[in-house]
Design a protein around this ligand. Structure first.
Ligand code: DP6
Length: 356
């Protein structure tokens, strides 16, 4: 997808909503250029999403990104600097117009800013969608086909690794794996057709245990994997777990699915604890929730499982048919551990939407 100033096709503004995603087998450790050390698989979410509009301004042709950026209607210089760096990185090789035209970027999240939810997956994928859309329109292309979403996934990955999985319906795999045809380290692929219907409507309630900024960022965490003595074993384990979870997802095997996602959450946090320097991102509330979930499952035999990303918040996953019983348990027993009782009720979703 190339674009040049001469080809500007009267496009001025476009907008996309892109969701967050929750990893079931986690990406943790990377090579240069945002290439993962192991494959990962995630559910695409629905409610937690970023809305982004990009307006194409005048040509400046300086070869250096020039943007104005607002988040929730307000300027945000820190994020603007990060975006300019990203645009300068992708411009020369992928999308020349981003360093040839002034861009106005307006962004907002569906979830509160201070909710402790990682927003890089939804925000970088929403931006990549808008940028590829502009490029497609400049080239006179209007069909949002597989090639379009592949390009979006590559650019999203360059912005934030996990973002490359957000642009597909229901579920995506990122990283080369023998069992997944067409899989690649450079972009994610949809595996929506490989999953049992029970997972298409899976619920994902996000328990906000803390709204504080993380003491160690994901980027720093990935880097610490380089010196982690368990790194090689971890990457082999992640490969094996992809095979096992794909089989469970295909057959609707809730027990195997639940075991892997919980093991993955605890492995991720164990890797943090044995990094050098070691660190802990779970809070007391995270542990209390985990223990209560295990106890609830033992007593009721209902398929309620937890996972965590690189922070203290706990994602609770379960089939939609058990929503009444499980919601009652969550509000009675678990909301006490949440910051201001905050819970984001989410579910597996259909991927991004073009809104303009
Ligand atoms: C624990 O995608 O946020 O959520 O590529 O440095 O932006 P960068 O990292 P990021 O890492 C996500 C880590 C994770 C696991 C996952 O989503 O697979």
């Amino acid at each position: 997808m190339s674009s040049s100033i001469e080809k500007k096709n009267n496009i001025s503004r476009c907008g996309w909503v892109s969701p967050s995603n929750i990893a079931l087998v986690k990406y943790w450790g990377k090579y240069d250029n945002q290439l993962p050390k192991n494959p990962s698989v995630s559910f695409t979410l629905s409610t937690a999403a970023t809305t982004t509009y990009v307006t194409l301004g005048d040509a400046h042709n300086t070869g250096v990104a020039k943007i104005s950026f607002t988040f929730d209607g307000k300027e945000n210089k820190a994020f603007q600097t990060r975006l300019e760096k990203f645009l300068n990185q992708i411009g020369p090789e992928h999308l020349p117009f981003v360093i040839q035209y002034h861009l106005q970027i307006e962004s907002s999240n569906s979830f509160p800013h201070s909710s402790g939810i990682a927003s890089s997956a939804s925000s970088m994928s929403a931006l990549a969608l808008c940028l590829c859309d502009v490029a497609y329109q400049m080239d006179g292309l209007e069909i949002y086909d597989d090639a379009f979403f592949r390009k979006v996934s590559i650019l999203s990955r360059l912005g934030s690794g996990s973002a490359c999985r957000s642009v597909f319906d229901s579920m995506a795999v990122w990283g080369k794996h023998d069992d997944i045809s067409g899989s690649s380290d450079e972009y994610a692929v949809s595996v929506a057709d490989e999953i049992h219907p029970v997972f298409k409507t899976f619920r994902n309630d996000i328990l906000i245990i803390s709204a504080n900024e993380k003491s160690v960022s994901s980027s720093a965490g990935h880097q610490l994997m380089d010196g982690n003595p368990f790194a090689a074993a971890r990457y082999a384990q992640a490969n094996n777990r992809i095979s096992t979870i794909m089989t469970a997802l295909k057959h609707g095997d809730l027990q195997s699915f639940g075991k892997i996602i919980e093991d993955e959450a605890l492995t991720l946090h164990a890797l943090m604890m044995c990094s050098n320097p070691s660190y802990i991102l779970m809070e007391e509330g995270s542990l209390s929730v985990i223990k209560k979930v295990k106890q609830f499952r033992a007593e009721t035999k209902l398929p309620l499982y937890f996972t965590l990303d690189a922070g203290p918040n706990v994602h609770l996953l379960y089939p939609a048919e058990y929503e009444t019983e499980i919601s009652a348990f969550i509000f009675a027993e678990l909301s006490q551990f949440c910051h201001d009782g905050r819970i984001i009720r989410d579910a597996v979703g259909n991927g991004p939407n073009k809104i303009l």
